[in-house]
Design a protein around this ligand. Sequence first.
Ligand SMILES: *Cc1c(COP(=O)(O)O)cnc(C)c1O
Length: 394
Amino acid sequence: MPGKSTVTVHADRDVHPSRAVAPPIYQTATFSAQDAETFAQVAVESRGKDFYTRFGNPNHAQVAAVVAELEGTEAAMVTASGMAALTTAVLALVSAGDHVIGQKSTYGGTASVLQNLLPRLGVSTTLVDQTDPEAFEQALTPTTRLILVESPSNPLLQITDLRAVADLARAHDVLTLADNTFATPLNQRPADFGIDLVMHSATKYLNGHSDVSAGVLAGPAQTLHRIWDVGLLTGATLGPIDAWLLLRGIRTLPLRVPRHNANGQALAEALHDHPAVSRVYYPGLATHPQHKLAADQMSGFGGVLGVEFTGGFEMADAFLGRLRYPRRSASLGGVESLAVHPASMWRGMLSEDQIAEAVPPGLVRLAAGTEDTADLVADALAAADAVLAETTAA
Ligand SMILES: *Cc1c(COP(=O)(O)O)cnc(C)c1O
């Protein structure tokens, strides 16, 4: 098997061969067929690439080929965003009367699907503490069809024991879907532990340049066929140019991720002892309560950390205002560092009570980019010193 840096450069080569070294952009909504027989054939081809772009496009197929090989799955598909990947998968795999298990700590959009959208459609849900593998077992019911996990979770960086959840689900004939956005296939491959489906907000690390919204799903071809079939109806199609940009971004993923890992680790270590900081959430810290599990199932810990300030929202907000490099912005995973206050950012997706349950008010989510480590650390320490001095002076 070639290494991951070779895969990201070559795995799509035979998908839609052309003499062009850089793949052409198939900026077309539809494709023609020479005859009735070919037309009938391409019209039903699962995740095909030559019929109609909502059904598939060569630029989609190229991204899918690379992601499937990176994640170690049989197949993959692309969608217009991470949320499109998640909702399309969930709508394809569950029906009214079914039950879904999710995590208490999870991305705000996923939390809203679990707490608001699915119950409205007659699908019951249970949110569990992912740090306790037994909690998943206790939540199982005879109608459970799907377990949705996210590890590390956004933004508390809690870890799910992927093998334990996959084994439990297999034993009960339940499907598992893991949101692998924070880890990327460079740091963690959920399918290696028996997880059925892997999902990404490709908007984040996979694309890596904060210029595309996209999602991917990777897993067995048969399951992806069911999801693709529903995707034809939800119509969350990724534009060909965005798919082309995503492939271009993925080409350098193996070069970017080690820098994100190093920057995340350095920031976590630097801030963890600071007197303005009550807690740093980062699985690469030896003090993280699940550090051993993280080290067992991940080969790197990523660029995102949670930093909780002693002075609550006010201090967190002042810190954001003092940072020179990380911009105050939603999203993560790009070459540029970003920082955000999750409790404010998720107001569009969750109620105040749901937010209060999910994240502490003094938490900042810091997403380290690929800048020089020393610059990011000096900047974060200076900002933390400044907010501490302001509090002491007041
Ligand atoms: C951003 C994010 C999503 C949603 O992805 P979009 O591309 O914004 O739709 C889902 N899961 C995680 C962990 C995320 O960080």
